[in-house]
Design a protein around this ligand. Structure first.
Ligand SMILES: [Fe+2]
Length: 247
């Protein structure tokens, strides 16, 4: 199965449309969305409408949960908090109902797990070695699971645990990487709607379980149009500026 992995769309309609169009052209059989459908950018209703209508396996992220329970946003930075409060004002009952249906994790046939932050927390990052090791321990405690897809950091990442138990954050030096059949992996496709690894294009990945490959991809999109929407909505201008920088 060719599975498209997307994450951290954050209400960026232009980026989402571009990625979905590219995925369609590439012939992926299913789309797995690792959460944070809303927050930061200015098209929450349009993105939710699109994701609800498409055949997408959506998960909840910390921004989605905070939209449903605003007290969860108390730890957000001021700009993220402002954008979330704006998004809450836009919601209609059907959008809230849709967000309430989203699961926190999902097991995909063949031994793959999907989550937003980690399998046990939407708010926790996998950024440091000890965090990667902790999630590998979780995978190993459920012996049929070999790969965990995650988001939340807005940065592409490929963590590897070899058969000796050594854990490393691999350098993504080429877009397509063949996975070792005996190894365990934690894979972050990057962010569709607010990438933070210096490349402003919308990031996603294609996983092929028969070939055992992960292909990190980017889709160009109309960043200026997304920026105009942010400014027209009265959201903090920094949210528009950062899209052009990929930060
Ligand atoms: Fe996010």
């Amino acid at each position: 199965m060719r599975l498209a992995i997307i994450a951290d769309i954050h209400s960026n309609l232009e980026a989402l449309e571009s990625v979905l169009a590219q995925i369609r052209r590439e012939g992926a059989e299913a789309v797995l969305n690792l959460g944070d459908l809303v927050g930061y950018n200015a098209s929450p209703l349009e993105c939710l409408g699109l994701l609800k209508g498409e055949e997408v396996w959506n998960l909840a992220g910390n921004h989605d949960l905070a939209l449903l329970e605003p007290e969860r946003a108390a730890s957000f930075n001021i700009i993220a908090h402002q954008a979330l409060m704006w998004a809450i004002q836009q919601m209609q009952p059907e959008h809230l109902e849709f967000l309430r249906t989203l699961p926190l994790t999902r097991e995909v046939a063949g031994g793959f797990l999907a989550c937003h932050g980690t399998p046990t927390s939407t708010d926790t990052y996998i950024a440091y070695h000890f965090q990667g090791k902790r999630v590998f321990s979780h995978l190993l405690s459920r012996s049929h699971l070999r790969i965990c897809f995650f988001g939340h950091t807005h940065r592409r990442a490929l963590w590897y645990r070899d058969i000796r138990g050594k854990v490393a954050l691999l350098e993504i030096s080429q877009p397509q990487i063949t996975l070792e059949p005996e190894g365990h992996y934690l894979i972050n496709p990057g962010s569709v709607g607010q990438p933070r690894d210096g490349n402003p294009q919308a990031a996603y990945a294609i996983f092929d379980d028969e070939e055992s490959t992960i292909h990190f991809k980017s889709a160009p999109y109309d960043i200026a149009a997304a920026q105009r929407r942010i400014l027209a909505a009265g959201l903090p201008p920094f949210l528009a500026e950062r899209l052009a920088l990929g930060k």
